[in-house]
Design a protein around this ligand. Structure first.
Ligand code: NAI
Ligand SMILES: O=C(O)C1=NCCCC1
Length: 312
């Protein structure tokens, strides 16, 4: 007889998932993914259903990790919300299955998983690609991803200055009021990014907001938004001058407007750098184009379930 699935809400997932456990698991799974051994990992490119009447999308993100015994899928909706909307723009649920029996073992909130695993992967990119002396962090956007990126970047790195730009200044101010550390709110993207060593773009923009002419030599950009083939956060100049790393080549080719529309080549996957098959060119301007992967959700959900079981 199969047991009933464990059901975990956002609060519990947030409490159970911590970066110290998550980061090594993500490094390991992304390295394995880049070896393309289909007896080890199966992860198709996300299926995306446009919800055209409501400016939204439903993404389905299955993954099977044979050695780890993880079978999962995330279902995620993401919307371009009107200014001032109180609804979250990204919402998700992750299902874990028993790989042998096929029953669902856990149903958990995927919003916290999406926020933390995306920020953790960006932090891995910054460990590999940011300039050796990185003093200034700049975050563009003030939503869920901006917050999780702030948390993990200030936890892992010692920046002297953190700058924030958001298209609505009151949202930037609210973000800062909720934090412990000092953050400078900037009035323009240009002011925020000039001289920054590490830049996180985590906005709902569909046109470029970050321009190559403003970016310091050697800077690292973790580009998290613009996850549709016709959306942009970064301009052509930046995309063409940077060494571009991606989470998955197939995902980037199918979904990244910044790559597809600029004609920029993906130099390597993050996993290929983790495996040592491609170099981290940290002396150059580097872009890590993140789109999100089912395997990242899979290892995160497994970690949450393990932690929950250890308490029960
Ligand atoms: N790479 C990945 O794995 C993931 C990417 N995302 C993407 O990251 C981005 C941010 O996601 P969340 O923080 O969850 O969203 P959110 O709605 O919480 O925050 C979005 C931020 O972008 C700003 N924004 C919206 N439209 C803009 C525009 N046209 N120009 C400039 N700023 C604009 C908003 O004011 C807000 O500060 C979205 O594009 C989302 O689709 C989300 C989850 C995972
Ligand atoms: O990986 C994810 O989860 C998402 N990626 C891009 C759009 C929103 C969700």
């Amino acid at each position: 007889m199969c047991e009933s699935p464990v059901v975990l809400n956002k609060h519990e997932v947030e409490r159970l998932l911590c970066y110290d456990d998550l980061i090594p698991r993500l490094e390991s799974v992304m390295g394995k993914f880049s070896k393309r051994d289909s007896s080890e990992i199966i992860q198709p490119v996300r299926s995306v259903v446009p919800i055209q009447h409501h400016n939204g999308f439903l993404g389905v993100m299955p993954a099977y990790l044979a050695a780890e015994g993880i079978l999962s899928t995330k279902m995620v909706t993401f919307y371009q919300r009107a200014e001032g909307s109180s609804l979250p723009s990204t919402q998700a649920t992750v299902l874990l299955f028993h790989p042998e029996h096929g029953n669902v073992t856990a149903i958990m909130d995927g919003e916290a998983i999406t926020a933390k695993r995306t920020a953790a992967v960006s932090a891995i990119s910054a460990k590999l690609f940011s300039p050796a002396l990185s003093e200034v962090l700049c975050i563009l956007g003030s939503g869920q991803q901006a917050r999780s990126h702030y948390d993990v970047f200030t936890k892992l790195f010692k920046f002297k200055e953190v700058r924030l730009w958001s298209r609505r200044k009151e949202m930037a101010q609210r973000f800062v009021n909720d934090l412990q550390g000092p953050v400078t709110v900037c009035g323009s993207v240009k002011e925020a990014v000039m001289g920054a060593d590490v830049i996180v773009t985590a906005t709902g923009a569909s046109q470029p907001i970050l321009f190559g002419e403003w970016v310091k030599a050697g800077a690292h950009i973790a580009a998290v938004g613009a996850c549709r083939p016709d959306w942009r956060e970064l301009d052509d100049v930046l995309m063409r001058q940077a060494v571009v790393y991606v989470d998955s080549r197939e995902g980037a080719t199918a979904e990244s407007g910044d790559i597809i529309l600029s004609g920029a080549e993906a130099f390597a996957e993050l996993g290929e750098v983790i495996n040592g098959s491609f170099p981290a060119q940290r002396e150059k301007i580097t872009v890590f184009k993140s789109l999100g992967m089912g395997i990242q959700d899979a290892v995160s959900a497994k970690l949450v379930l393990e932690k929950w079981k250890s308490e029960h």
